[in-house]
Design a protein around this ligand. Structure first.
Ligand SMILES: [Fe+2]
Ligand SMILES: [Fe+2]
Ligand SMILES: [Fe+2]
Ligand SMILES: [Fe+2]
Length: 258
């Protein structure tokens, strides 16, 4: 059992991460509907405040649980904050706003996916070790270290989801974890498609879209209570298949062709 402090800390951070991504999507929607330079500057400034607040909440919780690499992590927060501050809204136009928003999304997702995962063991490392359902295997290696790193991070996320599910059968929390998995997966698929470029086959990109749609359906079904969370084995069979089968049948051959 984790301590109540660690537990609440971690779900608080989770909620924060979801909120940040929602805030960014809302921001993107407003700008897409009605481009206005002044409005963009205000929305961006508010979003930067939101990120700063998140960083300081996260650091406070990590300090509270005695995370030993906190200083390093806080430096990464400052670097990311600096990169956000360097966005000069006077240089942003209707033509380049989409790519600026997508860069912001990438910065945040990369930090959450790779750097925030580093502190997870502080909250539930011992649980993860015991219940790591799906171990990484050399069969999943694509030959590209960056892609492997992203795949491993997604696998850690799925294992983390099951570790949490074994601890508490909470539908809302389960859906939150899966929503984050969906955001990270969408980001990974976009990066992979860019990386493969001309080597990307139509079936591969279509399978990414299908995986995202399936995951959205699964989240809806869980939130409607259609899954018995007391028996997570059917979900684990599904999610194992969801990620690893795609890696084996699409990613490994695609990168072998590169
Ligand atoms: Fe974070
Ligand atoms: Fe962080
Ligand atoms: Fe893929
Ligand atoms: Fe992939």
């Amino acid at each position: 059992m984790t301590t109540p402090v660690a537990n609440s800390g971690n779900s608080f951070i989770n909620e924060n991460h979801i909120h940040l991504l929602d805030h960014l999507s809302q921001f993107a929607r407003i700008i897409e509907k009605n481009w206005d330079q002044g409005e963009f500057a205000i929305l961006l400034a508010n979003f930067i405040i939101d990120i700063d607040n998140h960083f300081s909440h996260e650091e406070l919780i990590l300090r509270g649980v005695g995370y030993t690499d906190l200083e390093d992590h806080a430096t990464k927060h400052r670097e990311l904050g600096l990169r956000m501050d360097l966005i000069d809204s006077s240089n942003v136009s209707h033509e380049n706003v989409d790519s600026i928003i997508s860069d912001i999304r990438s910065m945040i997702l990369e930090h959450e996916l790779f750097e925030d995962q580093q502190y997870w063991p502080v909250f539930e490392g011992h649980i993860l070790d015991k219940h790591s359902l799906i171990p990484w295997s050399p069969n999943f290696e694509t030959g590209d270290p960056d892609v492997n790193k992203e795949h491993q991070a997604l696998l850690v996320h799925i294992n983390h989801f099951f570790a949490k599910l074994k601890q508490e059968k909470d539908i809302t929390r389960a859906c939150e974890e899966l929503k984050l998995l969906a955001a990270f997966s969408r980001y990974h698929f976009e990066q992979e498609e860019k990386h493969l470029g001309e080597n990307l086959r139509t079936g591969h990109a279509a399978n990414h879209q299908k995986l995202l749609a399936d995951l959205d359906n699964l989240i809806d079904e869980i939130s409607e209570g259609k899954f018995n969370l007391n028996n997570p084995d059917s979900l684990s069979d599904y999610l194992t298949f969801w990620l690893l089968n795609h890696i084996k049948t699409h990613d490994v051959p695609a990168f072998a062709r590169e």
